[in-house]
Design a protein around this ligand. Structure first.
Ligand code: UN1
Length: 516
């Protein structure tokens, strides 16, 4: 490891209680000898090992679910505001540990320092949101057609839920699900990505310390292990009432089918292939910044990354030439360094996927305008760096319909807004979208039923960088799930319609008579 990384590693290992070998299972306590494979966490910054984790297997699974069920029974005895109080305490602790947690996110996933901390800020924000929500979980009261009857609905806990997360938002996506589910009354089994396993362990160390010190039930457990083994056990287990899965469309389809077979519930956050339309009425400075951030932040490894831009003919030349200048000046390198905006990809496979996409795009008639190659950073030769890439495409082709987790931006030219929207909606995924325009009509068309077909639609801002207050998720192959803010909490509850007869007679609905 480079000296700089060694130093950070030492610091955060002390602060977060990590060791060179760590248990990857927490079920009301850290399990000493998990029975699964050893996983080495590699920093994509230099390709070197950070630490080893002992993961779980089938044998551990049973124990974890049993402990979760026990915690669930205890958790039900607390009111939602009492549950919210735990989340408030956790949020406070996360505030204190933001910098150290941000560092582990950064060295394990290659995010820049500010993006690493931003990830933890998102956890703090959703904690605050969940605390408020714990006093607002509400149903409706409906007018009953029957005399002396009252009808209303209530939202009750689902039980044990499973949260399967990806490497790219390794802790915040867990908190979006877990903090909200917790105030609703659920308990959570977490299966994190093996590529961000130390982040998951660090988060659990902090969260469970708060739980133990304040004598709350052990509502959060961690079960690291292989996606196919642990993920499949969770998906097929009727005791896990809901699986919230973030990952590829391919894996999501398997999870969805497996859970549906047992009538379980899913929240699916699958691929994004997000487009931005830049119209002739756009503010160019603003749009260029938005596109640059959307396409290159997190090295193009957000579900919400801008992967396609559709630019109006009249401004095309100017927009692209200015975009090329931005791309050529953007600093790629050690994400821990000031001024660096683009860090490495997560691993060697991601670099291979980048290569393949560039090659296929060329074959499909694409012209690489900027980038297209790997890059090596001095002193970090083992890291997984690529050049942020812009490829001009003649039309929508198969490769532009795929999500490649890398900083590749496909560019299309359009004449009419109808055409732009057609290109925009031509991909199978439907997560995020945006339009850059100062024209009211263009903006309204984009937001109408004739416009964007995505779960998130933005005006004059990037496809990436959603706030926690809204419901997050997408349509079509993105899977249809919603998590985080707004009323996404309802997915973590079972809805019960209640009818109470407070009279002395029993009138029947629909005027039916049944005199016995
Ligand atoms: C994801 O990539 O899975 O909107 C989540 C954003 C972040 C979350 C992305 N707040 O870019």
């Amino acid at each position: 490891m480079s000296m700089d990384l060694m130093k950070i590693r030492k610091e955060i290992f002390n602060e977060l209680g990590l060791n060179s070998t760590n248990s990857g299972i927490y079920a009301a306590g850290w399990i000493k000898n998990p029975s699964g494979k050893k996983v080495v966490s590699i920093s994509p910054i230099d390709g070197k090992s950070i630490a080893t984790v002992l993961t779980g297997s089938k044998q551990d699974y049973e124990m974890v679910v049993k402990k979760a069920e026990k915690a669930q029974a205890e958790w039900l005895r607390l009111t939602p505001p009492q549950r919210g109080e735990l989340i408030r305490l956790i949020g406070n602790e996360l505030r204190k540990q933001k910098s150290d947690l941000g560092k582990i996110v950064s060295i394990e996933t290659g995010k820049t320092t500010v993006e690493g901390e931003g990830e933890i800020q998102e956890m703090i924000d959703i904690a605050d949101f969940a605390v408020g929500l714990s006093r607002q979980l509400h149903g409706l009261q409906m007018a009953s057609e029957r005399f002396e009857h009252r009808m209303y609905e209530q939202y009750l806990p689902l039980g044990v839920i499973g949260v399967i997360t990806s490497f790219n938002f390794p802790s915040s996506v867990w908190s979006w699900n877990s903090f909200i589910a917790a105030v609703v009354g659920d308990v959570v089994v977490w299966k994190p990505s093996s590529k961000a396993i130390l982040t998951a362990i660090s988060v659990m160390r902090i969260v469970t310390k708060v739980i133990r010190e304040n004598h709350y039930p052990e509502i959060f457990s961690l079960l690291t292990g292989s996606g196919s083994e642990i993920g499949n056990l969770m998906s097929s287990d009727p005791r896990i009432k809901l699986i919230s899965f973030t990952g590829s469309v391919k894996s999501g389809r398997i999870v969805s089918e497996t859970v549906a077979r047992r009538f379980g519930r899913t929240i699916l956050e699958l691929g994004g292939n997000n487009g931005s339309i830049v119209t002739a009425k756009a503010n160019l400075n603003l749009s260029l910044k938005g596109v640059a951030f959307g396409a290159m932040a997190t090295a193009g490894q957000r579900c919400t990354t801008t992967r396609r831009i559709i630019v109006q003919d009249k401004i095309y030349k100017e927009f692209i030439s200015r975009l090329k200048v931005i791309y050529s000046n953007v600093k790629v390198g050690n994400p821990r360094e000031n001024g660096v905006l683009v860090g490495p990809l997560i691993d060697d496979q991601a670099v291979k996927n980048f290569d393949k996409a560039v090659e296929v795009a060329r074959k499909e008639g694409g012209k690489v305008l900027v980038g297209g190659k790997h890059t090596t950073i001095r002193g970090l030769e083992g890291g997984y760096y690529v050049q942020p890439t812009v490829i001009e495409m003649p039309r929508v082709t198969p490769v532009t319909c795929e999500e490649t987790f890398a900083p590749i931006l496909y560019v299309f030219k359009y004449d009419t807004l109808d055409e732009a929207i057609r290109i925009h909606n031509a991909v199978p995924q439907g997560l995020s979208s945006s339009i850059y325009t100062t024209d009211l009509m263009e903006e309204e068309i984009f937001l109408s039923s004739l416009g964007s077909d995505c779960g998130l639609a933005n005006v004059n801002t990037a496809t990436a960088g959603a706030e926690i207050g809204g419901a997050f998720g997408g349509e079509k192959d993105t899977g249809g799930g919603r998590e985080s803010g707004s009323d996404a909490w309802k997915s973590y509850a079972r809805r019960q319609t209640v009818t109470i007869n407070w009279g002395k007679d029993i009138p029947l609905a629909q005027g039916v008579k049944f005199d016995v």
